[in-house]
Design a protein around this ligand. Structure first.
Ligand code: F6R
Length: 612
C-alpha cells in the first residue's frame, strides 16, 4: 500500500509534498517521511500521521525544489520512525520511497550483508535501495541504469521514486503492479501514487506501465524506457481539474460527512442514468456492448470487503430481475483458483478506489481468459478502470473515511440500475415494472435524507450498547448482505467483534452466543421476508438477546419483540439495501465515537489495499 508524492521543478517542493501526502493517507498512515534536496539532503521521518511529520519539521530546513515523501502502511517492520520512508543507501548517496513488496528481499539482504552492507530498518524497501546502490557502484552506472538493471533481479511489486544526492538534478521513477502517475506541468514534474494530489497543478498525466523506468530532469526533459532498455513513447492522459472537497466542513469526521453526503452522491449516480421519457436506464457501458450483455448467461462479480458485499446484493438483484446466473467471488480467491470462465461470461469488478491489488489481479486474469470485463468504480482514471473493457462510475466523489459509506450505497445504486437495465435488454421485465422502479429510484435521495433523520435515536441507543464487546447483525434476502456490511463497518471502526448472518442460520450454531450481553441488530425492512424474520426475532428474544429492530415506518411488528426500534422510510423492496444500510453506518459511527476510536483512520487499516 503506502502513498508516494514527489516533485522536481521550479517551485518550493515541501508544501506540495505535505499537501499530497495528506491526500494519499487513504493508502496508509502508520508513518510518514520526506526528503528534500537543497545543496544537502534534509531527511525527516516520523511514526504516525502526516500531521505528526509536519509538526516535527516545524522550524527545520525544508526549502528546496526537489523532494519526495511517503505515507506508510506497514508490511515489513513495525510502524516506527526508523522503518518510515524515505530510505537511504549504505553510503547515504541514494534516497528512495517505495510502495509495494519486494518478495525476494531476504535473499537480496543476505547477499548484500555478505558484501558488507548494514541495514538500519526492517523493511524490504531499504534492501531495494541498497541493492540499487550496489549495482551502481559495482558497474559504475548512472542511477537510471542501476535502477533498470537492479529491477531485473527483483521479484515482487514496486512503485519507486529515487534520487542520487550526487546528481540532484533528476528523479528516477519505476513501477510494477503498484500505480505511479507523473504530472507534466510548466513548472516541473509531480509524481504521485494517483493523479488526485496533482490535479490542482496540471491536467496532463502519464501513467507509467509495469516495468517502465522514467527519468525526470529539473530542466523539464524526461524519458521512459522499459527494463530491456527500449525507449517508450508514453501516452499523456488528460485528467479533469479536481473539484473534490477535502475538508470535513462542519462534521467531526470524514465518515460522518460522507454519510450525510449520500442524498447528493446518489443523486449524482442516478441523475444522468434515469431515462424517464423512454422508460429506460442509460448505462453507456452496457449500451455500447448491448449484444454481449443480451447474450450472456453468466456474470461473475469480483471485489473485496464492502465492495464484495455490494456484489452480493447485485447477485440477488440481477438473478431476480434479469434471470442471469451470477456468482460473487472474493477477488483474492478468484485470482488463485483457476476459475472456469465460459465464452459469453462477463466479469464485473467492483471497487471504490479502483486500485485494490486483488481485484485488479482478478480483472487481469479474467481479461487473460478472454472474458469481457466491466468495472464499477468510484475513482476516475484508476488502474482498474483503465484495465477494463468497459466502465461505469459510481460518482460518489472522493471518499476519505476508511470505512466505505457513500461509495457502498453508490455501488448498490449502480448495481440496481444495472439489474434493471439487463432485465430490459433481456426482456424479463415489463414496462410498468420498469416505470415503477425508475420512479422509486428517483425518490431515493429524498428517502435517504429521511433515513438520516434517525441520527439522534441511534445516538441514544448506541450510547447504551457501546460497552458491549460483541454484536450480531441479521437479515434475510436482500438484507443479508447488508447485515454483513453492518458487521464489517462496526468491527473496523469501533473494534467491537461483530458478525453478520442470514437470520435463519442462527439456529445452526450462532444462537449459542445469545445472552443478555449480546446486541442483535435485525434488519426487517424487506416485507417479503418479514413473517419468517419475526420468528427468528422471537428465538433471540426468548434467549434474552438485546434486540435492536430496524424496520419501515409502516410495518406493524409487536414492540414487545424489540428492546429498541429504529424506523426508516419505506422504499420499493429492491431498494431496501440502500436505505437499510444508512442506520447501520450511523450505528458504527456512534459506537466508534463513544469508544474514543479514530473514526476516519482505524488501526491497522488503509483506505486502499494495494498489496495482496
Ligand atoms: C470497508 C472497506 C473495505 C473496502 C475494500 C475494497 O469499509 O472500505 O472493505 O471495501 O478494501 O476496496 P475497494 O472498494 O477500493 O476495492
Amino acid at each position: 500500500m503506502c502513498g508516494i508524492m514527489a516533485y522536481i521543478g521550479k517551485k518550493e517542493a515541501y508544501p506540495i509534498i505535505i499537501d499530497g501526502l495528506k491526500k494519499l493517507e487513504y493508502r496508509g498512515y502508520d508513518s510518514a517521511g520526506v526528503a528534500i534536496m537543497n545543496g544537502s539532503l534534509s531527511l525527516y521521518k516520523k511514526q504516525g500521521k502526516v500531521t505528526f511529520l509536519e509538526d516535527f519539521t516545524d522550524g527545520k530546513k525544508t526549502n528546496g525544489n526537489l523532494a519526495m515523501g511517503h505515507t506508510r502502511w506497514a508490511t515489513h517492520g513495525i510502524p516506527s520512525d526508523y522503518n518510515a520512508h524515505p530510505h537511504t543507501s549504505q553510503s547515504g548517496r541514494l534516497v528512495m520511497v517505495h510502495n509495494g513488496i519486494i518478495e525476494n528481499y531476504e535473499f537480496l539482504k543476505t547477499l548484500l550483508k555478505e558484501k558488507g552492507f548494514n541495514f538500519k530498518s526492517d523493511t524490504d524497501s531499504e534492501v531495494l535501495v541498497q541493492f540499487i546502490e550496489w549495482y551502481q557502484v559495482k558497474y559504475a552506472l548512472t542511477l537510471k541504469e542501476a535502477v533498470r538493471r537492479a529491477l531485473q533481479d527483483v521479484e515482487g511489486t514496486y512503485a519507486i521514486v529515487i534520487m542520487d544526492t550526487i546528481a540532484p538534478n533528476k528523479i528516477i521513477v519505476a513501477k510494477k503492479e503498484n500505480p505511479l502517475a507523473i504530472g507534466l506541468a510548466d513548472d516541473g514534474f509531480y509524481i504521485a501514487s494517483d493523479a488526485g494530489p496533482m490535479s490542482k497543478y496540471t491536467s496532463e498525466v502519464i501513467y507509467l506501465n509495469d516495468e517502465e523506468v522514467g527519468e525526470l530532469n529539473i530542466d523539464g526533459s524526461f524519458s521512459v524506457i522499459d527494463l530491456e532498455n527500449n525507449e517508450i513513447a508514453s501516452i499523456v492522459t488528460s485528467i479533469s481539474k479536481s473539484n473534490d472537497n477535502y475538508d470535513k466542513g462542519s462534521f467531526d469526521s470524514y465518515m460522518l460527512k460522507e454519510i450525510f453526503q449520500q442524498p447528493d452522491t446518489i443523486k449524482n449516480c442516478i441523475s444522468t442514468r434515469l431515462d424517464v421519457a423512454n422508460n429506460n436506464i442509460d448505462l453507456k457501458a452496457v449500451d455500447e456492448h448491448k449484444r454481449l450483455f443480451k447474450n450472456t448467461n453468466r456474470i461473475i462479480i469480483v471485489g473485496c470487503g464492502t465492495s464484495w458485499h455490494a456484489g452480493l446484493i447485485g447477485e440477488y438483484l440481477i438473478e431476480a430481475l434479469a434471470n442471469v446466473s451470477v456468482e460473487v467471488e472474493y477477488a483474492s480467491e478468484f485470482r488463485y483458483r483457476n476459475p472456469v470462465i465460459n465464452q459469453n461470461d462477463i466479469v464485473i469488478a467492483i471497487s471504490q478506489s479502483g486500485e485494490t491489488a486483488d481485484t485488479l489481479a482478478a480483472l487481469k486474469l479474467a481479461n487473460e481468459k478472454g472474458a469481457f470485463t466491466y468495472s464499477l468504480v468510484n475513482t476516475p482514471e484508476s488502474t482498474i478502470a483503465r484495465h477494463s473493457d468497459s466502465v461505469s462510475y459510481i460518482k460518489a466523489g472522493v471518499e476519505i473515511g476508511v470505512a466505505s459509506t457513500k461509495a457502498f450505497t453508490g455501488q448498490v445504486t449502480l448495481l440496481t440500475m444495472l439489474a434493471i437495465k439487463l432485465a430490459i435488454i433481456k426482456e424479463t421485465i415489463n414496462p410498468s415494472e420498469v416505470q415503477k422502479y425508475i420512479k422509486a429510484i428517483h425518490q431515493l435521495p429524498t428517502l435517504v435524507e429521511g433515513a438520516l433523520k434517525t441520527k439522534n435515536v441511534i445516538k441514544k441507543i448506541v450510547k447504551k450498547l457501546s460497552n458491549n464487546n460483541n454484536a450480531l447483525f441479521l437479515g434475510r434476502g436482500l438484507n443479508f448482505p447488508v447485515a454483513l456490511e453492518g458487521a464489517l463497518k462496526l468491527k473496523e471502526i469501533s473494534y467491537i467483534h461483530a458478525e453478520g448472518y442470514p437470520a435463519a442460520e442462527m439456529k445452526h450454531g450462532p444462537i449459542a452466543l445469545i445472552d443478555e450481553n449480546m446486541p442483535v441488530f435485525i434488519l426487517a425492512t424487506n416485507d417479503s421476508a418479514l413473517n419468517k424474520l419475526v420468528s427468528n426475532i422471537q428465538e433471540i428474544k426468548s434467549r434474552k438477546g438485546i434486540v435492536v429492530l430496524i424496520k419501515n415506518e409502516d410495518q406493524i411488528i409487536s414492540k414487545e419483540l424489540a428492546d429498541y426500534v429504529i424506523e426508516i422510510p419505506k422504499v420499493e423492496e429492491i431498494l431496501c439495501p440502500i436505505i437499510s444500510s444508512i442506520p447501520l453506518q450511523l450505528i458504527s459511527y456512534y459506537a466508534a465515537k463513544f469508544r474514543g476510536c479514530n473514526i476516519d483512520q482505524p488501526r491497522n487499516l488503509a483506505k486502499s489495499v494495494t498489496v495482496e
